[in-house]
Write a protein that binds this ligand. Structure first.
Ligand SMILES: Cc1cc2nc3c(=O)[nH]c(=O)nc-3n(C[C@H](O)[C@H](O)[C@H](O)COP(=O)(O)OP(=O)(O)OC[C@H]3O[C@@H](n4cnc5c(N)ncnc54)[C@H](O)[C@@H]3O)c2cc1C
Length: 304
């Protein structure tokens, strides 16, 4: 089956692109999604236009998918494991052995955050424990906040967060080394420092953090939390297979106007691209990529 566009990843960027491509009423579009991304983890986005009370990633994914399907886009739950060029088009193979050909490919596979399994942590993510200071620094203003992190990655975050609250404790959960000067700097900023694993994140059952319990049994009360462990994984394996150039931080640099990568016919959008990792930007990327994918598809149609 030859599709006009196969979108790999049905998170925020991929779904938005599917909606826009669907609105041209002319293209055969398939979204292949393995079903779990950063937008599945975040319980509330607080910084999106029109959602003053916040909105969950799951809600955006579900309603976005319905919108795209109503416009003719097909969705398949599967994982693309191989991507290759085949003449003027591309062939994508999934984990279940299915193969799809496409005139164009949009890679919107996002990233995976690294964080250790700490009982109770997952339930609080996006509700009261955050990842991104640009998104949620506002949520901790003046509040007692515990930052769970690792080494210098966590220290860097502690420096940023100390600008938003004077009640900040940094728990270096993995006891990774930190430069003495940096530790001194944190102390000067008034950040409390703990170097031992967290045994549990306590919450009220509705996602609101109440405390972090340390391995030695001490309880650090908390109104808000943050995590910063570093080592997040950018899902660029498929882009690599297609010959797309990756930046040193493993994200993909796209053309600022078209969002196309340096491989003709291959686009990238969302967190996988080189920019701030934000939902509204992922939407914008997906939208912009779709507009330019459409332009290319029109050329293919007109030359056929
Ligand atoms: C806890 C948390 C809180 C956040 N809070 C905010 C916030 O408040 N405000 C904000 O703006 N942003 C926030 N973000 C960031 C936001 O979630 C991301 O910017 C957004 O999800 C990026 O969208 P995306 O489409 O690029 O990736 P994702 O939403 O991660 O979607 C990628 C999709 O690709 C799929 N996929 C990956 N590989 C494959 C493959 N090989 N085959 C098929 N499918 C594949 C995955 O299953 C996934 O569904 C937060 C993130 C986290 C984790």
């Amino acid at each position: 089956m030859l599709y006009d566009c196969v979108i790999i990843g049905g998170g925020i960027a991929g779904t938005q692109a599917a909606i826009q491509l669907g609105r041209y009423s002319a293209h055969k579009v398939l979204v292949i999604d393995s079903g779990y991304g950063r937008s599945s983890i975040c319980h509330t986005y607080h910084n999106i236009l029109g959602w003053d009370e916040g909105v969950t990633g799951e809600y955006l994914r579900k309603t976005g998918r319905k919108q795209a399907e109503a416009l003719g886009a097909e969705f398949l739950q599967d994982t693309v494991t191989e991507a290759a060029r085949d003449g003027e088009s591309f062939v994508l193979t999934t984990g279940t052995g299915k193969r799809f050909a496409a005139h164009t490919v949009l890679i919107a596979t996002g990233m995976v955050d690294r964080y250790p399994t700490i009982p109770g942590l997952r339930d609080t993510l996006g509700y009261s424990v955050y990842i991104c200071p640009d998104c949620d620094g506002y949520e901790i203003v003046g509040r007692r906040t515990v930052l769970l992190g690792s080494g210098e990655e966590g220290s860097g975050m502690a420096v940023l967060l100390s600008e938003r609250t004077p009640h900040l404790t940094y728990v270096n959960h993995e006891k990774a080394p930190i430069d003495e000067k940096l530790l001194l700097h944190l102390r000067k900023l008034g950040v409390d420092y703990e170097e031992q694993p967290a045994a549990e994140v306590r919450s009220d059952g509705s996602g609101n953090i109440e405390a972090v319990v340390l391995e030695d049994g001490r309880v650090l009360e908390a109104e808000r939390g943050f995590i910063a462990f570093g080592g997040n994984h950018v899902r660029t394996e498929l882009a690599g297979q297609l010959g797309v150039t990756l930046e040193s931080n493993l994200h993909i640099k796209t053309d600022p106007r078209t969002k196309m990568t340096d491989v003709e016919g291959v686009w990238a959008a969302g967190d996988i691209s080189l920019h701030s990792e934000l939902t509204a930007i992922a939407m914008g990327d997906g939208m912009q990529a779709a507009v330019w994918i459409h332009k290319r598809l029109r050329k293919i149609d007109n030359s056929g």
